[in-house]
Design a protein around this ligand. Structure first.
Ligand code: GUN
Ligand code: ZN
Length: 442
């Protein structure tokens, strides 16, 4: 009999529709890139996928497995949010400001509260519940300048067996009293947290200078030094989100060629660097993102909500820059990765590029996993990959149901859920093959 806390070798087979990717659907035709099975199955053992394929074949090769039938629901890899700010949960959807005023009016006062470990723990719990309710099984989140905020989120994720990435925000200027560290303390606190948490269970530490305008050159240098000492960690920050921000950056760093050039000077570009937004890029910046092996986190609900601009997905994909999808909660206006995919679709439409549903789902799963250098662990349905799964109901509301009823292909059936779906479409979430109790998030 299974013992609590012990990994069992019992096999579970989930049946339903399955969808996963063999290749990037921006680079190869959808038919070759995506694998959809109307009667598919995923076999899971000890928290990992051990087989996928047609349901009859997988069931025949696992005759003693426990079967869970998801009927017509779609079994997907769990969604991966490549860039978020868990401390901004409480101020999501705050009205009427562009980036710099939004930070000063709403964000910084709220982030100030995270010196209190009890408040940080309360919001960390709420944040992860909201992620799970929306099918997000891994998030890469900024914390605040306070070490307590990192500890709270790692503790909460560890308690739920989640794969999670976060880091202490480094910010030593252009922020209010009580919300600044120093080049030295930012380095020391980050190093201590990194050594405590990175690689513990499913947790990863991310070196997190907020963005060039809130760090002195000395702090960016310290962040670069820390990263060079710990290249196994990701480095996350913001890049070229809004025009006023870029003008501000130019005043602060007049001798650098461009925004990315600032990060480059301090050793903050390269494999494992994840740049949120990256909207108003020069050709040189696009070339350097590509050449350096850096990644982008596309944050479409944030970009429309804060009025930042229209990300050029076509340029990013043509340059083959690893690109993931992100909520950017709480500059982003939704926890839903479906809503985030819908916004990505709309932003690309406004740029004259039509994204296929396969490309949208890929961005929210494999694309984000690649951007976070986790594609060997999460983000697809393949043997050896961790069994973090999202089960999608393609008929979750009356309007979606009547639209999907006309579908002749899986893509036509899926697209109404992408455009109009919300947390009601998330029928079930599995973490390492274990269903998260429904009561957990309802
Ligand atoms: N740039 C620097 N900090 C932030 C933040 O918290 N949110 C967004 N959207 N952009 C930023
Ligand atoms: Zn952000």
């Amino acid at each position: 009999m299974a013992q609590p806390g012990k990994v069992t070798m019992e096999t579970t087979v989930l049946t339903g529709q399955t969808l996963s990717f063999e290749a990037n659907p921006f680079q190869v035709p959808t038919k070759e890139a995506a694998r959809h099975l109307a009667h598919g199955a995923v076999a899971i053992q000890a928290g990992k996928i051990v087989a996928t394929g047609p349901a009859d074949e997988v069931l025949a090769s696992h005759p003693h497995a426990r079967r869970i039938d998801h009927g017509q629901h779609l079994i997907l890899p769990g969604f991966i949010d490549a860039h978020a700010h868990y401390p901004q949960t409480g101020i999501i959807a705050s009205w009427g400001k562009r980036l710099i005023d939004w930070l000063n009016t709403y964000t910084f006062p709220e982030e100030m509260r995270f010196s209190d470990p009890d408040y940080a723990a309360e919001i960390a719990d709420l944040y992860l519940d909201l992620c799970l309710a929306n099918g997000i099984t891994t998030a890469c989140s900024f914390a605040t300048i306070h070490s307590e905020s990192v500890t709270a989120l790692f503790d909460a994720a560890q308690g739920r067996d989640l794969r999670l990435l976060t880091g202490k925000v480094m910010m030593d200027r252009n922020a209010p009293d009580g919300l600044r560290d120093t080049a030295q303390s930012g380095y020391d606190d980050s190093k201590r947290l990194l050594e405590r948490w990175h690689g513990t269970d499913r947790l990863s530490y991310v070196i997190t200078p907020r963005f060039a305008p809130t760090s002195t050159p000395e702090q960016l240098e310290a962040a670069g030094a820390l990263w060079s000492e710990h290249p196994q960690c990701l480095m996350q920050t913001h890049l070229s989100e809004q025009t006023e921000e870029i003008a501000w950056m130019k005043d602060l760093f007049p001798d650098d060629t461009d925004y990315l050039g600032v990060y480059e000077r301090f050793g903050l570009t390269g494999p494992g660097a994840v740049f949120g937004h990256s909207i108003h890029l020069t050709d040189r910046e696009t070339d350097h993102l590509k050449a350096s092996g850096s990644a982008i986190a596309h944050c479409p609900t944030s970009n429309t909500f804060i009025g930042s601009g229209l990300f050029d997905m076509r340029a990013a994909q043509s340059a083959r820059i690893p690109t993931g999808l992100a909520t950017d909660v709480g500059g982003g206006s939704s926890f839903s990765m479906l809503r985030t995919m819908a916004a990505a679709y709309e932003v690309s439409q406004l740029r004259g590029t039509t994204l296929h549903p396969a490309q949208l789902i890929w961005l929210a799963t494999t694309g984000s996993a690649e951007a976070l250098r986790l594609a060997d662990r999460i983000g697809t349905l393949k043997p050896g990959i961790e069994a973090d799964l999202c089960i999608l109901d393609l008929a979750s509301t009356p309007v979606i149901t009547q639209r999907a009823a006309r579908a002749e292909t899986v893509w036509e059936a899926l697209f109404p859920t992408i455009m109009m779906g919300d947390d009601r479409a998330i029928a079930q979430v599995y973490i390492e093959g274990t269903p998260v109790p429904l009561s957990f998030w309802s």
